[in-house]
Design a protein around this ligand. Structure first.
Ligand SMILES: NC(=O)c1ccc[n+]([C@@H]2O[C@H](COP(=O)([O-])OP(=O)(O)OC[C@H]3O[C@@H](n4cnc5c(N)ncnc54)[C@H](OP(=O)(O)O)[C@@H]3O)[C@@H](O)[C@H]2O)c1
Length: 289
């Protein structure tokens, strides 16, 4: 008898994400068990509950999803989860990480940029680059090979993210830029082909005059869906819309692809019992959509 699908939803926050539960339901997952406040030190019993209840042949019907607002905590939890697998006996389940939607949103944003730019040589600026989504955009762009500037109001925070990306992507060409106010935008944007605004909701990070004055800019992506816009003048629903001689994307223009990527990745989890879907694997799924 085919076992029903179970998604073990492990959230590093105090409350499990409603968003992630709704998407799992809409992706057709049959049962979702959500646990919050999950850390590397309390996760062992939860993992054992997955791998010791069904025989190896049925383990592809159980999978783990890691969420929460802190992507570094999510990465640490992923390592801990997989440490408790019993690989020699095939006792593993597939795992997906998408803290704050970071991997699926970054995959959708970078996919959009790749339609207009050669990312091997493109120069990019990520505004709000220290949040989960910005970090993952920066990492994917660094993996592609171009120069990536990570913007933050605090240069030390941007430097810390650059250091973390250099560990994850040894060939990364990343640099930190201070973007404490919009007056810093012209220098930060200088020579850039791509700007992605990944700042907190409802915060304008790039005024229109600075975007329009940057003559090298070919693609502008605003991920903030809460008015006012993160990049002034970009429409929420823009999807490769030409504005001021650049291709513009708004939060909904990216969000549609993000939802497809998220659901496709959940579907992939149940095809095998040993998939690891972190940012690079999720981007690979996005490229097939
Ligand atoms: N379109 C979609 O499908 C989609 C999906 C998921 C998320 N999103 C959106 O993507 C954006 C990024 O998400 P996230 O979770 O990574 O965001 P976040 O962690 O809330 O914020 C990202 C960064 O914004 C900066 N920031 C915070 N408050 C600020 C302020 N008042 N002024 C200027 N900068 C400020 C901070 O960087 P520093 O302190 O280092 O400056 C922070 O690290 C959000 O707007 C989110 O709603 C969109």
């Amino acid at each position: 008898m085919v076992k029903s699908q179970i998604l073990l939803h492990l959230d590093t926050d105090a409350l499990p994400s409603v968003f992630d539960r709704v998407v799992a339901v809409d992706a057709g997952v049959e049962h979702i068990f959500s646990y919050s406040g999950v850390t590397p030190t309390n996760v062992m019993a939860l993992v054992h509950g997955c791998i010791f209840t069904r025989g190896p042949a049925d383990l592809k019907s159980t999978a783990i999803f890691i969420g929460g607002s802190d992507v570094a905590a999510g990465d640490a939890l992923l390592v801990a989860v997989q440490k408790h697998f019993v690989i020699d006996f095939g006792l593993t389940v597939s795992v997906m990480l998408d803290s704050n939607g970071s991997n699926t949103t970054a995959a959708a944003a970078v996919l959009a940029a790749s339609r207009h730019l050669d990312l091997k040589s493109a120069k990019s600026l990520i505004l709000g680059g220290t949040g989960p989504v910005g970090q993952r955009c920066a990492r994917l762009l660094a993996e592609e090979g171009g120069l990536v500037r990570i913007g933050s109001r605090t240069i030390d925070r941007a430097e810390a993210i650059c250091d973390a990306i250099r560990v994850q992507v040894p060939k990364a060409n990343v640099e930190a830029v201070a973007t404490a106010s919009s007056n810093d935008a012209p220098d930060a944007l200088d020579g850039c082909d791509l700007v992605i605004a990944a700042g907190a909701p409802g915060v304008v990070l790039l005024p229109k005059r600075h975007r329009v004055n940057c003559k090298s800019l070919k693609v502008a992506i605003d991920l903030n869906g809460v008015p006012p816009e993160g990049i002034e003048g970009i429409g929420l629903g823009d999807k490769a819309k030409n504005r001021d001689d650049m291709h513009c994307y708004g939060a909904l223009g990216i969000g549609g692809t993000k939802m497809k990527v998220h659901k496709a990745a959940l579907g992939e989890l149940f095809l095998r019992h040993d998939a690891t879907l972190n940012v690079t694997a999720i981007y690979a799924i996005a490229r097939t959509i």
